[in-house]
Design a protein. Sequence first.
Length: 807
Amino acid sequence: MKKKLVMIGNGMAGVRTIEELFKFQPDGYEITIFGNEPHPNYNRIMLSTVLQGDKSIEDIIMNDWEWYKNHGIQLYSGEAVTEIDKEKRQVTSDQGRKVDYDELIIATGSSSFILPVPGSDKKGVVGFRDIHDCEMMIKDSKQYKKAAVIGGGLLGLEAARGLLNLGMEVDVVHLMSHLMERQLDETASEMLKKELENQGMNFLLEKQTAEILGDERVTGLRFSDGSEIQADLVVMAVGIRPNVQLAKDSGIFVNRGIVVNDYMETDVQNIYAVGECAEHREIVYGLVAPLYEQGKVLAANLAGIPANPYEGTICGTQLKVSGCDLFSAGEIGDDEGTKSIKVHNEFDGIYKKIVIRDNRIAGIVLYGDTKDSNRLFRMLTKREDISGMTSVSILEANGCCGGGEAGDVAAMADDELVCGCNGVTKGTIVEAIRTNELTTVDEVGGCTNAGRSCGRCKSLISDILSYTLGDQYDTSAKKAGICGCTTLNKEEIVAEIRAKGMTNVREVMNVLGWSQDEGCSKCRPAINYYLGMVNYGGYKDERDSRLVNEKMHANIQKDGTYSVVPRMYGGVTTAADLKKIAEVAEKYDVPLVKLTGGQRIGLFGVNKEDLPAMWEDLGMPSGYAYGKTLRTVKTCVGEKFCRFGTQDSMGLGIELEKKFERLDTPHKVKMGVSACPRNCAESGIKDIGFVGVDGGWEIYIGGNGGTDLRAADLLDTVKTKEEAMEITGAYLQYYRETAAYLERTAPWLERMGLEHVKEVLADENKRKQLNERLDKTLERYNEPWQEAIQDNGIKEKYYQVRSVTVE
Ligand SMILES: Cc1cc2nc3c(=O)[nH]c(=O)nc-3n(C[C@H](O)[C@H](O)[C@H](O)COP(=O)(O)OP(=O)(O)OC[C@H]3O[C@@H](n4cnc5c(N)ncnc54)[C@H](O)[C@@H]3O)c2cc1C
Ligand SMILES: NC(=O)c1ccc[n+]([C@@H]2O[C@H](COP(=O)([O-])OP(=O)(O)OC[C@H]3O[C@@H](n4cnc5c(N)ncnc54)[C@H](O)[C@@H]3O)[C@@H](O)[C@H]2O)c1
Ligand code: SF4
Ligand code: FES
């Protein structure tokens, strides 16, 4: 029976944790989620954009109702958990519902802090936290004219911009002498204030609200200095408070937030906290980047997968108000231990300040030009020693005050962060574009998550696409779908399978809105393949989604009969096997017995009903002459018998075939092993070929001897059989992960570029990881002929063989 996982809170951090869990373990838990809000998970960050009129509520839904249904998640929306009984391991909701758990995640987020001043409960006083608040403000803006926003931080200024867009007059009331005092120094803050005043905001600084005026509804504010302003809508944006009461009442250790260790575990066994409600190493975060990192660690923990501990995050912030280009991270003030570099170009409205402590960047404030933010932020987070650099080289990678754009992407290091929200680097994006043939910003998002939160990084992603694809990049590019049932291409489908943790063909078609419920013969096998590739650990193959020959485990011939081709590893056989083949051929009156091009013997013209019995009589494994998998490994006799042979070609060939037989690949794969450059096994026209040389093996890839003849390219030269096996594993897995279904290695290699594939396979770490995923995949295969022999259901369903039960 599956373990029960209950999550309290249906917000950004919690649901991302579940998405990450599905990636590790698609089917490990029976999941129940309680969400106080009556909505599926939505992008809270984008509420600012909704208020500003650039998006609708529908646009910001991240996981729709279908998503929960398709993942078997029981969602109780509009229902709050009111009690956790840690002894009974049970939660109770405000509707009296009781649900047991084995593991419990608390992801209750935060609430707006409402100033405890007289009148704060009047009509027209709102926080800015959820869809309900947003809808209230939009509604009120149609009826009322004057708004006051209390709080000149990120949230207050974004709210104020939204209210201006809605046609209201806006006063921003701020406690301190300058705006966004946690993120900006005085100079930058003053520049921001000027810009926002130009946009129409009015600021009241150093004002402490003492009372909210009005009878039932707000009419104005009174400040501690006795002055007053009019307002018929008041938005409180003075910070947030983690929702911890429930945890506290249940006896879980709470400080400012729910205290967790580096694995997001609370002090109570089996109870975890993630997101804004959690306090890690005395920090409670209020931005998504750290919360998503926490989610990943917690997901691995729940899946029982060893993961690095969560060690905290340095955050960078930006403001989502057009016309205000700013970036801030780390320390912004100066003290005795710091020195700073400041550049203020008043003419162009650009300001840059870099705070340096112990020869390392400790803080960044940029206003008016934030192009260098990624590079500087990387230097800050990596704690790079900058003692060898000049102030000019620190600040002026792109010209200190508004550099050119063309060189920007080229100058970025691979490990430079592009999407702060989702922690995605330039290197990851470039790799995704190359390997998955991505051409649009949305495809990059689908594949890597970059751009899926606040969306600020989208223009940089577009620059990276342009830099990587050159002339091929067309911002309006749209690829055709994999078949007529969908407009989605392979990359998008794979990205969705990964992101949404999908595990079966029907689910993919449902969730991704296939135009035909049943799909077609083109998309069903492709989806089945992609699912098996992504869920390498425990995918349950869908036989009925396969192409007919694979479904039957025999090649259908033009007269409706079938062929039977048993395995003959490395083209090597024995007298006993030959005898068996001859006997079977006679017994079943096989019309044609023929040597195939792949060094084995085929029996042609076999009736469907005879297949299982013939397989049983043969007692040999299937040669998969019909499959999108490893077909044959052709070998020469090599050093054992040939006087030119320098290597054991048969030995390597047999080992290759035994290891990789049955592996699902995008298309068929053929191999050749020759023991010297005379190349009798035609290794130069195989998907992967080996040629024995003095002291080792040359490895060739991407060859094809069929309609589109292509000579293989030299990939590498290795010394030992073990190295050859390891490179073959990594190569096959890389091909499996990056090729489209039915794409042979030859066109795949042309598309990917030999140098790129070489680069990937030269990386020891990548090779290791590819082999790990491959080995896990190989564990799931059974011998299909044996399965059919033993399973009467299969015999009846596919071969119309009636099973007789003896009483
Ligand atoms: C307008 C706005 C703009 C923002 N912009 C940015 C930005 O640009 N960049 C950025 O990084 N971050 C931004 N943030 C912050 C970001 O949205 C949050 O950090 C993030 O949503 C927190 O995720 P969470 O899952 O911890 O909490 P939430 O997303 O708040 O989810 C918690 C959920 O739990 C529910 N809940 C609480 N108690 C219970 C209970 N007892 N039972 C059931 N359900 C319960 C709540 O109703 C809520 O739906 C912004 C926030 C707002 C409001
Ligand atoms: N672009 C973004 O990254 C973004 C946008 C919106 C919200 N957020 C997040 O949402 C959360 C809430 O944002 P926030 O701006 O409310 O929180 P905040 O704590 O960052 O800022 C609150 C501001 O209100 C001011 N303030 C406090 N008491 C006041 C009072 N009595 N009168 C007037 N001003 C007062 C503070 O000086 C401070 O500048 C934060 O975690 C923030 O990071 C982020
Ligand atoms: S490839 Fe070389 S070793 Fe192999 S059979 Fe031909 S000549 Fe002999
Ligand atoms: S930086 Fe927010 S989505 Fe990329």
